[in-house]
Design a protein around this ligand. Structure first.
Ligand SMILES: C[S@@+](CC[C@H](N)C(=O)[O-])C[C@H]1O[C@@H](n2cnc3c(N)ncnc32)[C@H](O)[C@@H]1O
Length: 245
């Protein structure tokens, strides 16, 4: 549940009986709120909070970060590029902080499955905690493995999503793991990585190969003074995708 006092003051936690540790708040006991429905107003530590059912963006904003996470604009387009929706079987690497894992699990839903690989156990641990805290543990299987050297195990995948430094080294294994018509999508920060990735996609026979960058500009909406914000995130990553046919 999300305990929300204002846009800048909210806590994401599981309402349960007894004391629990909440990051930034210490040990708290929220037993009195167990059973309260979403929308209820409660008093906690002398302040009024609204109980809300957490949205996907609440879950991503509150997750514990260890690796750099994928931005929402890129994550959502990765879903589109890779054709991911309810019921999809998806492998991703690396898990990192698990931000993309949450977004994938949210997209595939109860009838889908996400297999999330990382070669570093400490990242897998953080991703697992974040996915469990978000309530998606049943949809995700974590695997500790270097996918560049050992590949992807799961057969009959609808999509493979790669957010790691050497996606080209994983594409052959991704191709074998995909069903006919399945997609691969990659996310890399530099042109050099993008170029190598796209060349490998083409040489492996992937079709419908695309590469792109998304720029997002927030708008400052006033009364008569509506304009773009002065600050803008100049660069996040490049997206590429291809389809096995
Ligand atoms: C940028 S982070 C991924 C962030 C993640 N998508 C998120 O949104 O939280 C990259 C991750 O890829 C993992 N990684 C890099 N190369 C890998 C490989 N060959 N096999 C498995 N994991 C790898 C790293 O350990 C790191 O955790």
């Amino acid at each position: 549940m999300l305990l929300r006092r204002s846009e800048r003051d909210s806590v994401l936690l599981r309402l349960r009986d007894g004391p629990q540790v909440v990051e930034g708040r210490g040990v708290v006991d929220l037993s009195a709120f167990v059973g309260q429905a979403a929308g209820a107003e409660v008093t906690w530590a002398g302040a009024r909070y609204r109980l809300l059912r957490p949205s996907l963006s609440d879950r991503v904003q509150h997750l514990r970060r260890k690796a750099q996470i994928v931005t929402p604009k890129d994550a959502q387009y990765l879903l589109y590029l890779a054709g991911i929706g309810p019921g999809s079987r998806v492998a991703e690497a690396g898990a990192g902080s698990g931000a993309l894992t949450l977004i994938l699990a949210h997209a595939v839903g109860d009838t889908g499955r996400v297999f999330s690989y990382d070669r570093r156990p400490e990242f897998l641990e953080v991703a697992r905690r974040n996915v469990t805290a978000a309530g998606f543990a049943d949809l995700v299987e974590f695997r500790e493995r270097d996918v560049a050297t050992s590949g992807i195990d799961e057969p009959e995948l609808n999509a493979v999503v790669l957010d790691l430094s050497e996606p080209w080294a994983v594409l052959e294994s991704a191709h074998s793991a995909l069903v006919l018509g399945g997609y691969v999508a990659t996310y890399t920060p530099t042109y050099n990585q993008l170029e190598r990735t796209v060349q490998r996609l083409r040489s492996l026979g992937f079709e419908e190969v695309r590469s792109l960058e998304l720029l997002e500009r927030e708008l400052h909406v006033g009364s008569g003074g509506t304009r773009p914000e002065f600050d803008m995130l100049g660069h996040t990553g490049f997206l590429a995708g291809g389809r096995k046919v």
